[in-house]
Design a protein around this ligand. Structure first.
Ligand SMILES: [Zn+2]
Length: 276
Protein backbone atom coordinates (compact mmCIF):
# COMPACT_ATOMS: atom_id res chain seq x y z
CA UNK A 1 0.00 0.00 0.00
CA UNK A 2 1.31 3.45 -0.94
CA UNK A 3 -0.65 5.11 1.82
CA UNK A 4 1.55 6.03 4.80
CA UNK A 5 0.96 7.79 8.10
CA UNK A 6 3.09 8.54 11.13
CA UNK A 7 0.07 9.72 13.14
CA UNK A 8 -2.81 7.37 12.40
CA UNK A 9 -3.05 3.59 12.33
CA UNK A 10 -3.95 2.24 8.90
CA UNK A 11 -6.09 -0.88 9.26
CA UNK A 12 -6.70 -3.33 6.41
CA UNK A 13 -9.37 -6.04 6.75
CA UNK A 14 -9.82 -7.88 3.50
CA UNK A 15 -10.35 -5.16 0.89
CA UNK A 16 -11.51 -2.61 3.48
CA UNK A 17 -9.02 0.07 4.54
CA UNK A 18 -9.70 2.50 7.37
CA UNK A 19 -7.85 4.66 9.88
CA UNK A 20 -7.85 4.82 13.66
CA UNK A 21 -6.26 7.12 16.24
CA UNK A 22 -3.69 5.37 18.46
CA UNK A 23 -4.67 7.41 21.55
CA UNK A 24 -8.28 6.19 21.15
CA UNK A 25 -7.20 2.58 20.42
CA UNK A 26 -5.87 2.31 23.98
CA UNK A 27 -9.43 2.12 25.32
CA UNK A 28 -11.19 -1.19 24.76
CA UNK A 29 -14.65 0.32 25.32
CA UNK A 30 -14.50 2.43 22.16
CA UNK A 31 -14.70 1.42 18.50
CA UNK A 32 -13.92 4.01 15.86
CA UNK A 33 -12.58 4.57 12.39
CA UNK A 34 -12.31 6.92 9.43
CA UNK A 35 -13.07 5.15 6.16
CA UNK A 36 -11.24 5.21 2.84
CA UNK A 37 -12.51 4.48 -0.68
CA UNK A 38 -11.43 0.87 -0.39
CA UNK A 39 -13.51 -2.25 0.10
CA UNK A 40 -17.04 -1.28 -1.00
CA UNK A 41 -19.42 -2.25 -3.82
CA UNK A 42 -20.11 1.08 -5.56
CA UNK A 43 -18.98 1.76 -9.14
CA UNK A 44 -17.66 4.62 -11.22
CA UNK A 45 -17.00 7.88 -9.39
CA UNK A 46 -18.31 6.25 -6.18
CA UNK A 47 -15.81 3.37 -6.30
CA UNK A 48 -16.01 1.77 -4.01
CA UNK A 49 -16.85 2.41 -0.32
CA UNK A 50 -19.15 5.42 -0.81
CA UNK A 51 -21.08 6.15 2.40
CA UNK A 52 -22.92 9.28 1.24
CA UNK A 53 -26.59 8.77 0.20
CA UNK A 54 -26.80 12.30 -1.26
CA UNK A 55 -24.25 12.22 -4.08
CA UNK A 56 -26.20 10.20 -6.67
CA UNK A 57 -25.01 6.67 -5.92
CA UNK A 58 -27.40 3.69 -5.89
CA UNK A 59 -29.13 3.58 -2.51
CA UNK A 60 -28.74 -0.19 -2.14
CA UNK A 61 -25.00 0.07 -2.79
CA UNK A 62 -24.58 2.67 -0.02
CA UNK A 63 -26.56 0.46 2.37
CA UNK A 64 -24.33 -2.49 1.45
CA UNK A 65 -21.23 -0.30 2.02
CA UNK A 66 -22.48 0.60 5.52
CA UNK A 67 -22.96 -3.11 6.24
CA UNK A 68 -19.40 -3.77 5.07
CA UNK A 69 -17.79 -1.05 7.21
CA UNK A 70 -19.96 -1.91 10.23
CA UNK A 71 -18.76 -5.50 9.99
CA UNK A 72 -15.12 -4.38 9.63
CA UNK A 73 -15.44 -2.22 12.76
CA UNK A 74 -17.39 -4.96 14.56
CA UNK A 75 -20.34 -2.62 15.07
CA UNK A 76 -24.01 -3.58 14.59
CA UNK A 77 -25.37 -2.00 11.41
CA UNK A 78 -28.60 -1.22 13.32
CA UNK A 79 -26.66 1.04 15.73
CA UNK A 80 -25.68 3.66 13.13
CA UNK A 81 -26.98 7.24 13.47
CA UNK A 82 -26.19 9.79 10.75
CA UNK A 83 -25.70 13.54 10.97
CA UNK A 84 -27.38 15.97 8.56
CA UNK A 85 -24.52 18.29 7.66
CA UNK A 86 -25.02 21.83 6.39
CA UNK A 87 -21.66 23.48 7.24
CA UNK A 88 -23.08 25.03 10.39
CA UNK A 89 -22.19 24.26 14.00
CA UNK A 90 -25.35 22.73 15.48
CA UNK A 91 -24.60 19.75 17.74
CA UNK A 92 -27.12 17.02 18.58
CA UNK A 93 -26.88 14.65 21.52
CA UNK A 94 -28.31 11.28 20.53
CA UNK A 95 -29.24 8.06 22.30
CA UNK A 96 -30.51 4.56 21.60
CA UNK A 97 -33.87 5.84 20.34
CA UNK A 98 -32.04 7.57 17.46
CA UNK A 99 -30.43 4.41 16.10
CA UNK A 100 -31.07 3.89 12.39
CA UNK A 101 -31.88 7.54 11.71
CA UNK A 102 -30.53 8.75 8.38
CA UNK A 103 -29.93 5.21 7.19
CA UNK A 104 -32.84 2.78 7.73
CA UNK A 105 -35.36 5.37 8.89
CA UNK A 106 -35.88 9.06 8.25
CA UNK A 107 -34.34 11.71 10.48
CA UNK A 108 -36.46 13.91 12.73
CA UNK A 109 -33.71 16.55 12.76
CA UNK A 110 -31.87 18.63 10.19
CA UNK A 111 -28.84 20.85 10.17
CA UNK A 112 -26.68 18.75 12.47
CA UNK A 113 -22.89 18.95 12.00
CA UNK A 114 -21.92 17.49 15.37
CA UNK A 115 -23.08 14.37 17.21
CA UNK A 116 -22.46 13.31 20.82
CA UNK A 117 -23.55 10.33 22.89
CA UNK A 118 -22.73 8.74 26.23
CA UNK A 119 -24.79 5.63 25.51
CA UNK A 120 -23.12 2.37 24.47
CA UNK A 121 -24.22 0.70 21.22
CA UNK A 122 -25.03 4.02 19.53
CA UNK A 123 -22.68 4.44 16.54
CA UNK A 124 -22.24 8.06 15.47
CA UNK A 125 -21.60 8.75 11.76
CA UNK A 126 -20.51 11.97 10.01
CA UNK A 127 -19.50 12.35 6.33
CA UNK A 128 -16.51 13.82 4.50
CA UNK A 129 -14.67 14.39 1.24
CA UNK A 130 -12.06 17.11 2.15
CA UNK A 131 -13.65 18.70 5.25
CA UNK A 132 -12.05 17.99 8.62
CA UNK A 133 -13.41 15.21 10.86
CA UNK A 134 -13.01 15.88 14.58
CA UNK A 135 -13.24 12.82 16.86
CA UNK A 136 -13.86 13.32 20.61
CA UNK A 137 -13.47 10.86 23.47
CA UNK A 138 -13.80 11.46 27.19
CA UNK A 139 -12.56 8.12 28.54
CA UNK A 140 -13.38 9.10 32.14
CA UNK A 141 -17.04 10.11 31.75
CA UNK A 142 -17.32 7.78 28.74
CA UNK A 143 -18.66 10.15 26.14
CA UNK A 144 -17.90 10.20 22.40
CA UNK A 145 -18.51 12.79 19.70
CA UNK A 146 -17.88 13.66 16.06
CA UNK A 147 -17.88 17.05 14.36
CA UNK A 148 -17.72 18.08 10.70
CA UNK A 149 -15.38 21.05 10.36
CA UNK A 150 -15.04 22.40 6.86
CA UNK A 151 -13.83 25.99 6.63
CA UNK A 152 -17.26 27.26 7.65
CA UNK A 153 -17.58 24.94 10.65
CA UNK A 154 -14.02 25.85 11.61
CA UNK A 155 -14.76 29.60 11.50
CA UNK A 156 -17.87 28.87 13.60
CA UNK A 157 -15.56 27.02 16.01
CA UNK A 158 -17.54 23.79 16.10
CA UNK A 159 -14.56 22.23 17.92
CA UNK A 160 -14.96 24.67 20.84
CA UNK A 161 -18.72 24.12 20.85
CA UNK A 162 -18.18 20.37 21.13
CA UNK A 163 -15.87 20.88 24.13
CA UNK A 164 -18.43 23.22 25.78
CA UNK A 165 -21.17 20.66 25.24
CA UNK A 166 -19.10 17.83 26.72
CA UNK A 167 -18.35 19.95 29.79
CA UNK A 168 -21.81 21.45 30.28
CA UNK A 169 -24.00 18.50 29.42
CA UNK A 170 -21.89 15.50 30.39
CA UNK A 171 -19.67 16.91 33.14
CA UNK A 172 -16.42 16.24 31.26
CA UNK A 173 -13.19 17.68 32.58
CA UNK A 174 -11.39 19.39 29.72
CA UNK A 175 -8.06 17.81 30.63
CA UNK A 176 -9.56 14.33 30.13
CA UNK A 177 -10.86 14.93 26.62
CA UNK A 178 -8.98 13.32 23.72
CA UNK A 179 -9.36 14.66 20.18
CA UNK A 180 -8.40 13.22 16.80
CA UNK A 181 -8.22 15.44 13.72
CA UNK A 182 -8.74 13.10 10.77
CA UNK A 183 -7.83 12.84 7.06
CA UNK A 184 -8.93 15.89 5.06
CA UNK A 185 -7.50 18.46 2.66
CA UNK A 186 -4.15 19.81 3.88
CA UNK A 187 -2.46 23.17 3.49
CA UNK A 188 -0.47 21.58 0.64
CA UNK A 189 -3.65 21.66 -1.48
CA UNK A 190 -6.27 23.89 0.11
CA UNK A 191 -6.09 27.18 -1.75
CA UNK A 192 -8.72 29.76 -0.83
CA UNK A 193 -9.44 33.33 -1.88
CA UNK A 194 -9.20 36.59 0.03
CA UNK A 195 -12.83 36.36 1.21
CA UNK A 196 -12.34 33.04 3.00
CA UNK A 197 -8.95 34.06 4.39
CA UNK A 198 -10.54 37.21 5.87
CA UNK A 199 -13.03 35.06 7.80
CA UNK A 200 -10.13 33.46 9.65
CA UNK A 201 -8.68 36.78 10.75
CA UNK A 202 -11.86 37.18 12.79
CA UNK A 203 -11.01 34.15 14.89
CA UNK A 204 -7.36 35.20 15.27
CA UNK A 205 -6.16 32.22 13.32
CA UNK A 206 -4.47 34.06 10.51
CA UNK A 207 -0.96 34.03 11.99
CA UNK A 208 0.69 30.85 10.83
CA UNK A 209 -2.34 29.22 9.35
CA UNK A 210 -3.19 31.26 6.29
CA UNK A 211 -0.22 31.67 4.01
CA UNK A 212 -0.21 34.19 1.24
CA UNK A 213 0.71 32.67 -2.08
CA UNK A 214 0.40 35.63 -4.41
CA UNK A 215 -2.50 36.78 -6.56
CA UNK A 216 -4.45 37.22 -3.33
CA UNK A 217 -4.63 33.44 -2.87
CA UNK A 218 -4.00 31.72 0.43
CA UNK A 219 -3.18 28.19 1.51
CA UNK A 220 -5.42 27.36 4.44
CA UNK A 221 -4.29 24.93 7.16
CA UNK A 222 -7.53 23.71 8.73
CA UNK A 223 -5.64 21.10 10.78
CA UNK A 224 -3.61 23.59 12.80
CA UNK A 225 -6.48 26.10 13.01
CA UNK A 226 -8.73 23.43 14.53
CA UNK A 227 -5.92 22.36 16.85
CA UNK A 228 -5.47 26.00 17.95
CA UNK A 229 -9.19 26.35 18.61
CA UNK A 230 -9.18 23.15 20.70
CA UNK A 231 -6.15 24.24 22.74
CA UNK A 232 -7.72 27.66 23.35
CA UNK A 233 -10.86 25.77 24.48
CA UNK A 234 -8.84 23.99 27.18
CA UNK A 235 -7.88 20.71 25.48
CA UNK A 236 -4.33 19.60 26.33
CA UNK A 237 -2.01 19.68 23.35
CA UNK A 238 -0.76 16.16 24.20
CA UNK A 239 -4.34 14.90 23.96
CA UNK A 240 -4.72 15.98 20.32
CA UNK A 241 -3.52 13.85 17.41
CA UNK A 242 -3.49 15.61 14.04
CA UNK A 243 -3.62 13.63 10.79
CA UNK A 244 -0.80 13.76 8.24
CA UNK A 245 -3.01 12.47 5.41
CA UNK A 246 -4.30 14.91 2.80
CA UNK A 247 -7.34 13.73 0.82
CA UNK A 248 -6.32 15.58 -2.35
CA UNK A 249 -2.78 14.13 -2.23
CA UNK A 250 -4.17 10.59 -1.81
CA UNK A 251 -7.00 10.46 -4.34
CA UNK A 252 -6.36 6.76 -5.09
CA UNK A 253 -7.36 5.94 -1.51
CA UNK A 254 -9.60 8.80 -0.43
CA UNK A 255 -12.49 10.80 -1.84
CA UNK A 256 -11.52 14.44 -2.36
CA UNK A 257 -14.16 16.95 -3.42
CA UNK A 258 -11.49 19.19 -4.95
CA UNK A 259 -9.33 16.37 -6.23
CA UNK A 260 -12.24 14.70 -8.06
CA UNK A 261 -13.77 18.04 -9.16
CA UNK A 262 -16.96 17.35 -7.22
CA UNK A 263 -17.54 13.94 -8.86
CA UNK A 264 -16.98 11.72 -5.86
CA UNK A 265 -18.41 9.60 -3.08
CA UNK A 266 -18.11 10.25 0.63
CA UNK A 267 -16.14 8.80 3.54
CA UNK A 268 -17.37 8.45 7.10
CA UNK A 269 -16.11 9.03 10.60
CA UNK A 270 -17.68 6.44 12.91
CA UNK A 271 -17.41 6.03 16.70
CA UNK A 272 -19.25 3.90 19.25
CA UNK A 273 -19.01 3.14 22.95
CA UNK A 274 -19.20 -0.49 24.01
CA UNK A 275 -21.01 -2.12 26.90
CA UNK A 276 -18.37 -3.42 29.28
ZN1 LIG B 1 -2.38 17.77 -0.31
Amino acid sequence: MKLKSEKLTIVQKGEVVYFTFPHFDKYNFVKHGFTSKKGGVSDGIYESLNLNFSVGDEHHNVIENYKIIAKALNINFENLVLSNQIHESEIKCVNKSDRGKGITQSRDYEGVDGLITNEPEVALVTLYADCVPLFFLDPVKRVVGLAHAGWKGTVKEIGRKMVDRLVNQYGSNKEDILVGIGPSIGDCCYEVGEEVAQQFKRIKASGNNVFKKGNLKYMLDLWSINKDILIRSGIKENNIVVTDICTNCNKDYLFSHRGHHGKRGGMAAIIQLEVE
